[in-house]
Write a new protein. Structure first.
Length: 238
């Protein structure tokens, strides 16, 4: 079994900062902590609505980390131009709707194929790897191969939100998707909604190479660090 790459998504550090439009917590500091703690990859999503990660974060993080940067982005002109300037190790193309709470569902590569092919070509020519965030669906996997992307990230959101037989059914579908993608020579990643309770079955899928995890790590970190943060303040007022 290959050692899996762990991509740590730090968007929610920026979400917290943007709640006050201030300076803390600083996503760069979070990226450096993640790097020190063993993250193999830093994942950030520059959304069109800039609700969490800002353009300056992308540049600062790219310049200051020494592990690869995975930039999640919608395949839209403004963000494509930024990504080509930043030159992250990899871009992951995701769908985006302004009203969504988080990325809901995978990218419809089948529908967008002509445009996506042009976008992929530009990234590959610039030396940037390209991944597609898709559902474990045969047509989407075949279209991803046709797009010229080197990898795909299977959306595990529905798997994470289901239980019992429904979860088993989705897991089987993901396993079949991985098999198909590997057969086509694609590199396979997975992400969304993964946590300590549900990640093992996904991590164990033969051929799985990378997991991208954000919300569960940042949520847990907030509670694990709360005691120290309170203690540090308390010391100053006693
Ligand atoms: N992978 C992709 C493509 C995503 O859009 C996200 C969420 O931003 C993640 C992984 C991480 O998901 P979560 O925060 O639920 O772990």
């Amino acid at each position: 079994m290959l050692k899996l790459v762990l991509g740590v998504n730090i968007d929610h550090i920026a979400t917290l900062r943007q709640a006050r439009r201030g300076l803390e917590p600083d996503p760069l500091q979070a990226a450096l902590i993640a790097q020190k703690a063993g993250a193999d990859l830093i994942t950030i999503h520059l959304r069109e609505d800039r609700r969490h990660i800002q353009d300056s974060d992308v540049y600062k993080i790219k310049e200051n980390i020494n592990i690869p940067l995975n930039l999640e982005m919608a395949p839209v002109p403004e963000i494509i131009e930024i990504a080509l300037k930043v030159k992250p190790y990899k871009v992951t193309l995701v769908p985006e709707r302004r009203e969504e709470i988080t990325t809901e569902g995978g990218l419809n590569v089948v529908k967008l194929l002509p445009d996506i092919k042009r976008t992929v070509k530009r990234f590959i020519e610039s030396g940037i790897k390209v991944s597609m965030f898709i559902e474990a669906d045969t047509d989407q996997i075949l279209a991803t191969k046709e797009s010229g992307a080197d990898s795909l990230e299977i959306h595990t959101g529905k798997y994470a939100n289901s239980i019992g037989l429904e979860r088993e059914k989705i897991l089987k579908c993901i396993q079949e998707g991985v098999l198909l993608a590997k057969g086509l020579g694609l590199i396979v990643h997975a992400g969304h909604g993964l946590n300590e309770e549900n990640m093992d079955a996904i991590a164990k899928i033969e051929g799985m190479e990378e997991l991208n995890i954000g919300h569960s790590i940042i949520s847990r970190a907030a509670l694990l660090g709360l005691s120290q943060a309170i203690g540090d303040i308390k010391k100053r007022i006693i």
